[in-house]
Every structure is written in C-alpha cells, then in structure tokens.
Design a protein around this ligand. Structure first.
Ligand code: HSE
Length: 436
C-alpha cells in the first residue's frame, strides 16, 4: 500500500523524539500500521540549528502554513505548544482535509470543542493522546478500555514538573527554585514554567480527562486551579509524620449535584500506590463502577515518552483513514450528539478533609479558642500536633487534620482563626483525599 505522508510542526523536544522513534522503529511501525509512514517536511524555528536526529530526508521550512497547505501531506503532527499559531494551523489543516495528531493540551482544553466539531463535519480525525500524561495511554484506556463503565472519579498526578519538584524537595531538602531550574534543564517544564507550578498545565489535562470520562464538553474555565508554590519542606515533613505524602493532583468527580473539577496539592495516605509515584512520573487512578479502581503509571513528559504517544496516534490515524467516519471512536469518547452539560460545582461546595498548619503563641486557651471556632463551623478535628520548644509565650506550630467538611465552612472558620491575636499570619491549608 502507498506510504502515508506526514508533516511535522515543531522539531523540539517532542518533535525530534517523534522523528527518532519513527526512524528507529520504522519496520515494526509499518507492520502495525499496514502502511509506511513518511515524514516529508517539518516546520522549525531555526533551519540551520544542528539536531541530534537525521533530518536529511525532510524538507525544512520556517513556515508552519507550508505544512498545512502542502498538497502531499495527509496528516499534520502539531508539536509546538501554545494556542495561537497552532489553532490557526490546525483549523487550516482541517479545512484542507488533513488529519491531525497533536500533543498540545492547551489547544485541546481551550479550543477542542470547535476543533472536534470541524473535524467531525469534515470526517477527519484529531488525535491527542500525547496531550495528557505524556507516554501513558490514558486517553485510549478511558475512551476505549473503560467504555463499559460509568466512571465515578479520577485523580491524577498529571504534571511531571510539579511531581519532580515535590519529590526532590522531600528527598534532598533542596529549595523550590533550585529544583525548578533542574526540571527545566531536563526538558520537563513547559515553555512558560509558571504553567507547571501554578496548576495551569494540570488543569488543561484534567479538562480533557473529565470530558472523556463523563461525556461533558471541554470547559477549562471551570477548573479550580492551585499550584505547588506555597508548599514548603516543612509541610512535606509534617505530612510524612502523619502518614501522608503531598502530591499535586487533578481530581474530577461526578456527584449527585454536579461535577468537581479541581487541581491542587493534596495529602494522600502513604500506603496508596499513587502516593509513591515519584519524580517526573505521572499516574492516574480511575474509579469506575464495573472494574473498580484502575491505575495507569508511566513517564508523563520527556522526548521519547511523549513521542511514544504521538506515534501511537499516528498509527491509529493511518489505520482509521480507510474506515467510515461515522464508525470511528468519537473524539471525546461519547458520540457528539450525546455530550451533555452537567453543572460544575463551585469550590465552596466541595467536601473534603484538610491539613492545616498555623503558628500560634503558646498560651493557655489558644487551642480551645481555635477548637471553638471549628466546632461552631461544623468542622470536626481528627488530629492535632504541636511542634516547638513548648516555652510559654513563644511561637509554636500547630498541625491539624480535619475530617471531611464543606470548603465554604473551612474558609469561613479560617478567616476567624486568622483574626485571633494569638495566631500569627495565615493558616496554611492543603486538602486531603483518601482515594479509597
Ligand atoms: N510540562 C509538562 C509536565 C510536560 O511537566 O508534565 C508534559 O505535558
């Protein structure tokens, strides 16, 4: 059968990994896809830049629109990230009848509804496995492997950079900025590293996961976002002592009142497998009604791990090119006319437990006044620890774990606690999930 011609937009970390994997595993890939996959052209920022991968058989251009308008290219692989030029390039490619493979989570989370509508109308495929959790085939697992199930919730470590930073802070006691610089040097971080540490990258990925898990439209704007910048080594140590580890999680949960969509640091019991996912590795725990919990683990970033997902998508697209568009796996797992709009819960409606750390003056009655505020706010305390010299009138650290409560109650209670003149500054708060 005739080879399929591919054009790449981007030959950076993921693009060069993709080219390398396609070249190295060409024979096996052809046996799987049923046709040869030829990369004939690539758009790059700097044509003369020396590269670790062999580009001698490719036409290199600085213009991504040369790729999307190229008459011989059937599949455009978009690997540059960001959402301005890629959106225009992808929409133009679809207008020109080309299938798309992308690793761009921002593009899918922000513009996926429009992109899929256009692709659907034109009978084209947009594949995006590499957009979530790098090399882990989580899109395929949820969309196809779990399609018999009603998915109840999922919780994932879906930003490798945050996980790398938290792990390094815990293992080596190094400070946040030092470890962030290392993650950037290793090629894990986003071009704009604030997206990794402020939760935006994880929110992009959670948007996509929630959509395919629950059959709802993509709604990034409704995801609650909190990053890891406030977490200190002290919190990591206290959490450990209490039998927990702090992980940055994306959580999507279907409740009777609506869907929770939230990204934030979370204490999880050390004994859970997902609590032991370290470094740049990602993992997603999916709770479904028939199979129960399933856990997906692997490299969430990096050149060839992400390329693994890109090339798997390419093989899928090549296989489906000849199938009837009406009978393909739907982009968002559910048929487009079966996508529903469930309400997304505001954060103050969610119920969870909390780790609290506060600095207080060591005096009789301080703990009682804090406990009274919690009692009046219907918050039940689970554990209390006091750290410090124990000398009268000196500052001591109080660590508290609460039982499940509504976030609205906790926010109100913390305002009152912070206004006590025996409490110094702000109370540090991290949510706790048992994930059982
Ligand atoms: N910056 C991302 C991460 C890369 O750290 O997980 C993969 O999307």
């Amino acid at each position: 059968m005739k080879a399929v011609n591919i054009g790449l937009i981007g030959l950076g970390t993921v693009g060069s990994g993709t080219l390398s994997v396609l070249q190295r595993n060409a024979e096996e890939i052809t046996r799987r896809a049923g046709r040869q996959i030829h990369v004939i052209a690539a758009a790059v920022q700097d044509i003369s830049k020396p590269r670790a991968v062999d580009t001698s058989a490719l036409h290199l251009t600085r213009d991504p629109f040369e790729i999307v308008n190229h008459p011989d290219i059937e599949i455009v692989v978009e690997l540059v990230g960001g959402d301005n030029m890629p959106l225009e390039a992808v929409m133009t490619a679809l207008d020109n009848g080309k299938h798309i493979v992308t690793a761009n989570k921002a593009l899918i989370a922000l513009h996926g509804n429009d992109i899929f509508e256009k692709a659907q109308n034109k009978g084209l495929v947009v594949a995006f496995e590499a957009a979530v959790a790098g090399g882990i085939p989580i899109i395929k697992s949820i969309r196809e492997g779990l399609s018999a199930n009603r998915i109840e919730w999922l919780a994932g470590i879906i930003n490798g950079t945050s996980n790398y930073i938290l792990t390094q802070m815990e293992e080596s006691g190094r400070d946040f900025n030092d470890v962030l610089a290392e993650a950037q040097a290793l090629g894990y971080a986003e071009a704009d590293p604030s997206f990794d540490i402020d939760g935006t990258d994880a929110a992009h990925k959670l948007t996509i996961l929630a959509s395919i898990a629950f059959g709802i439209s993509l709604q990034f704007e409704n995801v609650y976002r909190e990053g890891i910048t406030e977490i200190s080594s002290e919190d990591i140590t206290h959490a450990r002592e209490l039998g927990y580890r702090i992980k940055h999680l994306g959580i999507a949960r279907k409740t009777d009142n609506g869907v929770e969509l939230r990204v934030h640091p979370t204490l999880i019991p050390q004994k859970r497998l997902i609590a032991n996912v370290d470094g740049v590795m990602n993992a997603i725990l999916v709770q479904s009604d028939a199979v129960g919990p399933t856990l997906y683990y692997g490299a969430g970033a990096g050149s060839e791990p992400t390329a693994s997902a890109v090339v798997a998508d390419l093989i899928d697209v090549v296989r489906t090119i000849t199938t009837d568009p009406g009978n393909r796996v739907p982009h968002l797992a559910f048929h487009p006319d079966a996508i529903i709009d469930l309400p997304i819960l505001p954060m103050d409606e969610i119920e969870t437990a909390y780790y609290l750390r506060m600095s207080v003056i060591n005096q009789p009655g301080v703990m009682a006044s804090i406990a009274m505020i919690f009692g009046d706010s219907d918050i039940s305390i689970d554990t209390i620890l006091q750290k410090g010299s124990g000398q009268p009138n000196e500052n001591v650290t109080i660590i508290m774990l609460t039982q499940n409560t509504r976030e609205r109650n906790l926010v109100k209670a913390l305002k009152q606690v912070e206004s006590l003149n025996t409490v110094n500054g702000r109370v540090m708060r991290v949510r706790i999930e048992q994930l059982s």
